[in-house]
Design a protein around this ligand. Structure first.
Ligand code: NGQ
Ligand code: ZN
Length: 455
């Protein structure tokens, strides 16, 4: 049975652009057919894409904008940024988190992201004590996603120590911590929510190899209620992390991980910026997805991911908005390609074969890599794909006179109209005329929350 049918004059399908696509949704909100039969209501003119998956988000970091770009007393780095980030994190309670996340998720939809993997570690009250409802902060994110209508893959994070050497958590990190039992209780609570919410997928994350030791990882993985849950972790983002891992374990972080755990397609490695050749080949062969967040990685001074070599090795990737310095898949994909060009002094780095398009390669890769990381069906305008779609601004002057085979490149490298014109999930319009349908109410609550944590 079909719950809604669209007619897309021009749609990006797994086999490229197709005209006059009829997209029917089944009762689970997935595409049931993508064919050309019969009449159906038309989407507004512009090219239609599958909704983009955002593989890595820390919603509370939306509140950092305008607070972290001023020079400090010493040389600024990732680690000094992290101190400022902890200060803002300390001001969040469930109500503030709900309001900030709803605004962020509405912004994601307006930019073309229709599902987000939320890497969530702000679990408890600032003094480290659980809230009366221990899952209150996670549930605030679930409610925010429902309010905005974005698909949520919630990744509660295990975070237990302050560094590779086993040092205790700092004062501002106390609210991130769980012991094994409390963490599994949180997963169980969220899986009850998942059972009654078809938009919610629950996975888990280890914050980083700095924050969790091998025994804790093994213990949690062995106790998972469902072995297919997506597992994410931050890894090898900073050269300092690689150096600390070498000092304590005598191995680089990615090598250490690959040697000890059966890394496969249910794993997402976030950043994986600093890789030697063996690590790069190892991730690519494992089937894991690398979540690349080029705007944040640039903003934090992380370094450049070895994109071309990784793609040549057949590696899977997706993109993430991470610190929310940019909430825009176009910026992430463009940064990914441009970073590779700046690092190599060459052009067209993602496109490996003669004639391949940089933009189409990046877009297709980010869509394909999203499915496993999100624990969902692929985002694709084809039977079985997630029923998420976005409509680009068909009147963007960047598209004028551009043939079909140049549309994705014109959009990614030269679009003049940011955002998308429409976003739909499961037959429901969430963005119309470039604006989130509940944007005003969500925006009012967001401003009030930001005023509460200002100063
Ligand atoms: C985070 N963000 O958990 O928000 C981290 C910073 C850390 C990024 N890595 C904190 N981009 O890695 O310790
Ligand atoms: Zn992160």
């Amino acid at each position: 049975m079909s719950i809604a049918t669209f007619h897309a004059p021009l749609a990006w399908t797994p086999s490229g652009w197709r005209t006059h696509q009829r997209l029917a949704l089944d009762t689970r909100g997935r595409f049931a057919a993508a064919d050309t039969d019969g009449p159906a209501p038309s989407l507004s003119g512009g090219p239609v894409l599958p909704g983009l998956p955002n593989l890595h988000s820390h919603a509370f970091q939306r509140a950092l904008l305008g607070r972290v770009e001023r020079a400090g007393p010493g040389e600024d780095s990732f680690w000094s940024w992290r101190e400022a980030m902890y200060q803002v994190a300390a001001r969040f309670d469930p109500d503030v988190l709900r309001a900030v996340a709803a605004q962020l998720y509405a912004e994601m939809l307006e930019a073309g992201y229709t599902r987000v993997c939320e890497f969530h570690y702000l679990h408890h009250a600032p003094d480290g004590r659980p809230y009366a409802e221990p899952a209150a902060m996670s549930l605030a994110l679930v409610e925010a996603a429902r309010e905005a209508g974005i698909g949520l893959t919630l990744l509660p994070v295990l975070y237990q120590r302050g560094g590779f050497d086993g040092r205790a958590l700092g004062e501002r990190q106390r609210r991130f911590a769980h012991d094994h039992d409390a963490f599994l209780a949180l997963l169980a609570r969220l899986r009850r929510e998942e059972a009654r919410d078809p938009d919610l997928r629950v996975g888990l994350a280890f914050h980083s190899l700095r924050a969790v030791d091998e025994a804790a990882m093994r213990g949690v993985l062995a106790a998972l209620p469902d072995p297919s849950m997506p597992v994410h972790l931050h890894i090898a983002e900073q050269v300092g992390e690689v150096a600390d891992c070498l000092a304590v374990h005598g191995q680089r972080p990615v090598r250490w991980l690959l040697d000890r755990f059966a890394i496969d397609a249910r794993w997402t490695l976030v950043h994986a910026t600093h890789l030697d050749d063996g690590e790069l080949a190892g991730i690519a062969a494992s089937g894991a997805t690398v979540a690349l967040c080029p705007a944040t990685e640039a903003n934090l001074g992380d370094g450049l991911f070895p994109l071309r070599a990784y793609l040549a090795a057949g590696g899977a990737f997706g993109i993430g908005s991470d610190s929310q310095v940019s909430v825009d898949p176009v910026e992430e994909l463009r940064w990914l390609e441009h970073g590779a060009r700046l690092g190599s002094l060459k052009r067209n780095r993602a496109a490996l074969a003669p004639g391949a398009s940089s933009g189409e390669t990046l877009l297709a890769g980010a869509l394909a890599g999203g499915a496993a990381a999100c624990g969902r069906a692929p985002s694709a305008l084809a039977a079985g794909g997630e029923g998420d779609l976005v409509v680009l601004h068909g009147d963007d002057p960047a598209f004028a006179g551009v043939a079909e085979d140049g549309l994705v490149d014109a959009w990614l490298f030269g679009r003049r109209r940011p955002g998308v014109r429409e976003a739909w999930r499961g037959g429901r319009a969430l963005v119309l005329e470039g604006r989130h349908v509940r944007g005003e109410a969500i925006g009012r609550a967001f401003r009030a929350a930001m005023a509460r944590i200002a100063g």
